[in-house]
Design a protein. Sequence first.
Length: 202
Amino acid sequence: MIGPSSLTWAQQSTATADALAAPMGLVAYTPALVERRRRTYLAGRIAAAQALRAAGCNELHVGRATNGAPVWPGGWCGSISHDDDLAVAAVAPVAGLRAIGIDLQLPFSPESDSARAVRRYALHPDDADLSVPELFALKEAGYKCLSAIGVERGLHDLRVVQGSQLQLICDGHTLECAIGALAARVLAVAWIGAETFVSHPR
């Protein structure tokens, strides 16, 4: 996968989420969820549990905060992303990373309604010269990463900078990030190192 070596990744198809969730004791957070949303939620939690197990964590339960964000076992950070067919999760011990965010996006045409909407509400005039789906995925990953440390900003506030490596800049916060591909989708990750977090007064 992509990102720092301390990350452990896992992926899960939504098609088999119901069958796998029952033996694991996983249930949706409310029975009112429609089938599509139930499957994506369960697939995300299954992927998260698989990533935690592979990383050596004994606690595989991932809770849910009131705002919908995952609540990771003590000593761990992580992130989940999904579309209708695939969920992916990444985890890391907080000894190495303070926070991470990931995002999975299906590619879309530069002339599509989706691209026009992203340009309107998410892109910054100084963003790096990447495709619209790549920029969108990076910003979504950065948003999740910042949100995990209590920093709430809009996607337009995050600027993608490409020098010797990709970075996200937002109000003095600097995040490392990377872009790749998974199952014909754009995959992005943003992270804050435990000892390298850069923040300056606004």
